[in-house]
Design a protein around this ligand. Structure first.
Ligand SMILES: NC(=O)c1ccc[n+]([C@@H]2O[C@H](COP(=O)([O-])OP(=O)(O)OC[C@H]3O[C@@H](n4cnc5c(N)ncnc54)[C@H](OP(=O)(O)O)[C@@H]3O)[C@@H](O)[C@H]2O)c1
Length: 178
């Protein structure tokens, strides 16, 4: 069972004070609650059969909180934590959980995204990686790995260093018209 549906793209990126509550609510409703609702009916039957697999398309955004995408990042971080916790319980009983953390992938979601999108993946390349992760029953696959590593390293910095760096990167991206 793959939970892929998500609210992403330009609609989900706005200064926190300008973000309408309805959109914040929809982001959590679709990206977090929708995914959990998708999996829930399958848990008991999969465990009874002793086989099955759950796959969640989360995001590299789960690894780092960025102000203009606060709700999106938090919804994906919540999904990732939930699925990793499920995996502890389900994998030893024959139902592995696979998390995918993509960076930027060329899909309709990014058409209206006005941010920098480094290391963009074409859809077919992304699908190859996702397929390998699923068939290999991997726990967590991040791609591109270098962006995944960078996000995690930046997030580990003290806030006093990290946050000005993130602000600078966002402002450089907006000045370059991205
Ligand atoms: N593209 C990226 O760069 C990127 C990066 C990281 C993670 N992701 C994640 O990848 C997943 C797929 O995104 P995408 O890039 O393919 O975006 P997309 O092109 O906007 O597709 C989103 C999909 O989610 C479905 N969906 C949205 N709201 C729904 C709802 N309330 N109920 C049922 N289905 C709903 C849409 O169905 P309809 O077409 O019927 O509306 C569509 O099939 C998302 O979880 C996204 O967060 C994408």
């Amino acid at each position: 069972m793959v939970a892929n549906a998500g609210l992403a793209g330009g609609k989900t990126v706005l200064a926190p004070a300008d973000m309408p509550w309805q959109i914040t609510r929809d982001i959590f409703q679709i990206n977090l609650l929708g995914a959990i609702a998708t999996f829930t009916p399958f848990l008991r039957p999969m465990l009874q059969r002793g086989r099955g697999q759950l796959v969640a398309i989360s995001s590299l955004s789960a690894d780092i909180g960025i102000a203009p995408a606060a709700a999106y990042c938090a919804s994906k971080a919540g999904l990732t934590q939930y699925m990793q916790a499920l995996d502890q319980d389900l994998r030893p009983r024959g139902v592995p959980v696979t998390l995918i953390h993509p960076g930027f992938v060329r899909t309709p979601a990014i058409d209206d995204l006005q941010t920098a999108m480094p290391m963009m993946f074409e859809l077919d390349d992304a699908l190859d990686i996702i397929e390998r992760a699923i068939t290999g029953k991997r726990r967590l696959t991040r791609f591109p790995w270098i962006l995944g590593l960078l996000y995690r390293l930046v997030w580990m910095l003290p806030g006093a260093v990290r946050d000005p760096m993130i602000r600078l990167a966002l402002s450089a991206a907006s000045k370059s018209g991205k």
